[in-house]
Design a protein. Sequence first.
Length: 516
Amino acid sequence: MKRRSSTSSSPSSSTSISSSFSCNEDRISNLPDPLIHHILSFMYTKYAVQTCVLSKRWRYIWTSLPVLNFCEWVHYRETGVLERIREEPQTTKRFIKFVTKVLSRRDDSDIQRFRLQSSLKYLTTDILYRCINRCITIAVSHNVQELYIQVTPDWCFEVPPCLCTCESLTKLRLDLCAIGEDLTYGQITLPSIMSLPRLKSLHLQLEYLLFTDERLTNKFFSCFPTLESLVIKFLASDQIEFCGSTEFVFGGMNLKISLPALKHFRFSSTEDDMEGLEEESNNEVTLNAPSLSSFILDSYMSTSFTLENLSSLVNADIEINIHGRDKGYFDSGEDKKELYARHFLRFFRGIHKVKILTLRHSFIMALGGAPEILDGQQLEFYNLQRLELWTYLSRDCLHSIFYVLKISPNIESVYLKISQDEPQVDPYFGEPQLYPNCDEVKFNTENIGDYWEAGFSLPCMICHLKFVKIKEHLKISLSCANFEKGASRWIWDWKLPGRDSKLLKGGLFAPETSWL
């Protein structure tokens, strides 16, 4: 009896396999609508609408998309840069016509996420606002949850009233850029009635736009009872002028932000107020956020920034830059140093309950500009566990570093990054750069039972310090080389029980001099 070959198969089995994996079978069309909607949510709405030509099954799928992503850039027909510039006016009109048709033919289903990205700069003011208002009105009427608007208004952006009373909105992002014909800052106009009870996340990126009405601005930032994340980014240039001091996005007003549910706050500003820091300031922003856990600030300091009730703060990343008029420092003298130190210390006191703290070079140097002011402060960072320092080596910088270490009894680790690049302020407060080329920094502990040492080479630019079992006494010694003038040495004697820190010795010595 002949044995059947192992490679042979019955005709019925082959037919079954081929029918199961037929190339002509349309599996995607058999998927339920929610799954198809989810697949289409990863593409621009232009391409999602084009699927209507596939078959009858797909003809009206796009009319109920929960995610609408309108982007003007995908409507360009040309690929070259010059061709795109010439085509831009026609593309904008074609884009607006497409958006209008899609929204007008939509069914009554809710909108989960709505995104509009367009310059709209070739439209007249009336047409532009009609377009924006139509988009936002339709999105709000369909119970939109997440709204992202990126447009370039002509001069003033008027926030639609329906946007500020949307009860379904949970996430809002506005990226706005506006420059008037006379190169002035644009204004944000707010409605009189505002209430966003479900908003969880607010992201404002404003380029050449300012809040100007103090009463309405305060009302705006008090209408988010459940807001958890607030990001404000202000982009501008010192070449644009606007009714006096323009550095701050809130136009020199007194603003109170009280958000009980806020967990993350980030504020950044690229504008350099050429007027500098003055003794008296009429601008004050107060932040009261008892639930805040993350605070990031990268800005300038012409406006007083008061922090209240940050009892839950875990992570803070601080950089407050020096103003343009103060970058000479030769004419500033000690008075300017003390003014900056007082302002920065007032801000510093508001984050004293933080657990993880990152300080950057401008803040560190300005804080240490007046050591006598620091020594007279009763301040303790009792919760601080990790300290990150991004800085240059200067006398004022070292004053700040050791001051923070002195007032942090429970610190566990320190991360130090020292840059050899030229500082943005050159020199700081007229002080020569004492350590332009630093070879090595070592932190040594003595009389703690077990000797421990950590050091690094500046070409790596990173130093990790781990403070362990520090009982009574910590001596910190730094040696920094200068190729032409020798080296500078400072030795601090830091006694933990009394929290006293003082400079024992400082001066110049030859490069070949060894460590003490």
